[in-house]
Design a protein around this ligand. Structure first.
Ligand SMILES: [Mg+2]
Length: 293
């Protein structure tokens, strides 16, 4: 189901490069994604899966995407897992994904740091495997809590082993003026039991204690989108950003000037989408409908 006025279909298609689909409308077969879209940037949670359950027949959906010659990467604010771990999860669901096709906020923070600091720079990080591996791969030296006072950069993401000692060291460093970077500002993190504190909630401890805001790489900030475009080798006009959350996925896509598609299989509702500005190019029930038959 497409939630845009029919009168706007033509102008929408012309303006955005997106031809919305109403496969049975007037007996004419439309493709929801127009032919000059060459690549997709897909969020995962709420788009590909919800908790541990896939949303639709993922093997079939991606077989269709492959058949249409569309390139794609997955972009997630969740920086706790590594690209390899995400790729394996996708493979388990029948999607032929490679680790290079997974862009996490942890990868984003490592890429951003690599643009600004030389290898061997000493980093104090609060985070999990995803952040640790991404920083390691860029050649940064990750310090223990004991060595934290020697850090030249502080990096923070969601860390399910966070404790007082880590937040104390990060606070002291940031108060000394050491550059402060973070993966993503998400206040909560979805689980089957409900929303639990996300990276942003923990980062707020440091920002409250220091009055310093970190530089973020995750959505809605544009860096991860720019990195995704670089990996895809496509320009913004021909790359569709697909997500379930207005204030992160859609905002990030619009921040870099990509056309956007909101799926209603996750967090944001049709009502909220109707109020969102700038206007979203496509609003659709789920990925199955977006990709079409
Ligand atoms: Mg999501």
């Amino acid at each position: 189901m497409l939630f845009v006025p029919l009168a706007s279909l033509k102008s929408l298609s012309v303006a955005s490069g997106i031809a919305p689909a109403c496969p049975r409308l007037l007996g004419i077969v439309f493709k929801m994604i127009s032919s000059h879209i060459k690549a997709l940037i897909l969020d995962m949670d709420g788009v590909i899966w919800k908790a541990d359950a896939p949303i639709g027949d993922l093997a079939e959906i991606f077989a269709r995407i492959d058949a249409r010659g569309l390139k794609y990467v997955f972009a997630t604010n969740n920086g706790t897992r590594t690209p390899e771990q995400y790729a394996q999860r996708l493979v388990d669901f029948g999607v032929n994904a490679q680790p290079w096709q997974v862009v996490t906020s942890a990868l984003g923070v490592a890429h951003m740091l690599a643009q600004k600091f030389p290898p061997k720079t000493k980093v104090f990080m609060i985070g999990e495997d995803g952040v640790r591996q991404a920083l390691n791969e860029k050649g940064f030296e990750i310090l223990s809590v004991e060595d934290a006072p020697n850090a030249q950069v502080v990096v923070m993401g969601l860390d399910r082993d966070i404790d007082f000692a880590k937040t104390l060291e990060a606070t002291l460093l940031v108060r000394r003026g050491i550059p402060f970077y973070a993966t993503n500002p998400d206040k909560t993190f979805p689980t089957p039991r409900g929303e639990i504190p996300g990276a942003g909630a923990w980062i707020s401890v440091i920002t409250t204690a220091t009055d310093v805001e970190p530089i973020y790489t995750g959505k809605p900030y544009p860096f991860m989108m720019e990195l995704s475009l670089e990996m895809l080798g496509t320009n913004k006009e021909e790359t569709l950003v697909i997500g379930d959350r207005l204030e992160t996925d859609i905002a990030a896509g619009q921040a870099v000037g990509c056309p956007t598609a909101l799926v209603l299989s996750g967090v944001s509702t049709k009502y909220q989408a109707g109020l969102w500005l700038p206007k979203i190019d496509i609003i659709v029930d789920d990925l199955t409908t977006l990709i079409g038959y």
